[in-house]
Write a new protein. Structure first.
Length: 116
């Protein structure tokens, strides 16, 4: 099983980034996918979730209206489009795959830094 995040980097406040998470080794289309982030010295927190069929999504208030999660089950990939980035969005971003049975997998993370 592998979840490989990409697309992180340094961006100025107000800018945009698109993260990708490529999955392999499991039946991607059956899993709920989510993005989480962890800033230095803080707990890992949820930033977006998408159901296995892509119909239902959830965002906490901190990112609602700025971040958009999507998935392509044909490509086994989940995306996170991040717009209007703020310095407080700086963190390592992780994708997670979760199945109803309680099985879950994490990616290794990608660093996002928002700074001028």
């Amino acid at each position: 099983v592998q979840l490989v995040e990409s697309g992180g980097g340094l961006v100025q406040p107000g800018g945009s980034l698109r993260l990708s998470c490529a999955a392999s080794g499991f039946t991607f289309s059956r899993y709920t996918m989510s993005w989480h982030r962890q800033a230095p010295g803080k707990e890992r927190v949820l930033v977006a979730t998408i159901a296995s069929d892509g119909v239902w999504t959830y965002y906490p208030d901190s990112v609602k209206g700025r971040f958009t999660i999507s998935r392509d089950n044909a490509k086994n990939t989940v995306y996170l489009q991040m717009n209007s980035l703020k310095p407080e969005d700086t963190a390592v971003y992780y994708c997670k795959a979760a199945y109803n049975s309680g099985t879950y997998y994490w990616g290794q993370g990608t660093q996002v830094t928002v700074s001028s």
